[in-house]
Design a protein around this ligand. Structure first.
Ligand code: PGA
Length: 246
């Protein structure tokens, strides 16, 4: 059991929050899987428009993106400073959907992470290879290149999300994921190797969460589709708690 606290992140993407997530936890916080828990960290990533609702409901909240500049002529964007003001404690940087749909480069992603850190928002930085890159045998070199652009000396979280596993129902096997996580950890600066959390993402579901989260180098999960289904997300949270209490 590592000393790293498990982190379960619900990435709701461009979807409204599940209604029950915004309800009060009726005294017992652990009864609502989206609310803060004592043994593990749970964070939700709503759309920018829903952030005020999740913050008001007492959920630990994050932005799905933040622009490094504080303010200015950037139509359609929102800054890290604004996320901070809105009550965000986390921010996603470089999700593969942002890298693909908004042409975010490794340097852009690194700049976001640095700006998040400056605002004291914890960055969860996504990396991962495409199927084509994996099939060509380039998975490790792609991940290494993405990783090397990042401020690895800082207090950040990495999310390894093989692009071919996102929203496809195809999950990396626990052994595949553990192998890549151990590789990523080996590339971190020595004094960060024990501290930096590395999350797995890509079709995490109630039925594979326990096995994935039990791997020694998997410190949590970034969950898309299943995080929109309260019952299923509750099962994943339970699996995380069970592992932590072992
Ligand atoms: P998924 O998404 O769980 O639906 O595969 C994960 C993610 O994109 O973060």
């Amino acid at each position: 059991m590592s000393s790293r606290r498990l982190l379960l992140a619900a990435n709701w993407k461009m979807n409204p929050p599940p209604a029950s997530a915004l309800q009060a936890a009726m005294g017992d916080h652990s009864a609502n899987p989206y609310h803060p828990h004592s043994d593990i960290d749970v964070v939700v990533f709503p759309t920018f428009l829903d952030l005020h609702k999740t913050v008001a409901a007492g959920l630990v909240s994050g932005g799905q993106y933040g622009r490094p500049e504080n303010a200015g002529a950037y139509s359609g964007d929102i800054s890290m400073a604004m996320l901070k003001t809105a009550g965000c404690r986390y921010v996603l940087c470089g999700h593969s959907e942002r890298r693909e749909n908004h042409n975010e480069s490794d340097a852009d992603v690194a700049a976001q992470a640095v700006a998040g850190l400056e605002q004291k928002i914890h960055p969860i930085i996504c990396i991962g290879e495409t199927l084509e890159e994996r099939d060509k045998g380039h998975a490790e070199s792609v991940v290494k290149k993405q990783l090397n652009a990042l401020p690895l000396e800082s207090d950040i979280t990495i999310a390894y999300e093989p692009v071919w596993a996102i929203g496809t129902g195809k999950t990396a096997s626990a052994a595949q994921a553990q192998g890549m996580h151990a590789f990523i950890r080996s590339l971190l600066p020595k004094d960060r190797q024990e501290k930096t959390r590395i999350l797995y993402g890509g079709s995490v579901k109630a039925d594979n969460a326990e096995e994935l989260l039990s791997q020694p180098d998997i410190d949590g999960a970034l969950i898309g589709g299943a995080s929109l289904r309260p019952e299923e997300f509750g099962e994943i949270v339970k699996a995380g708690e069970k592992i932590t209490q072992k």
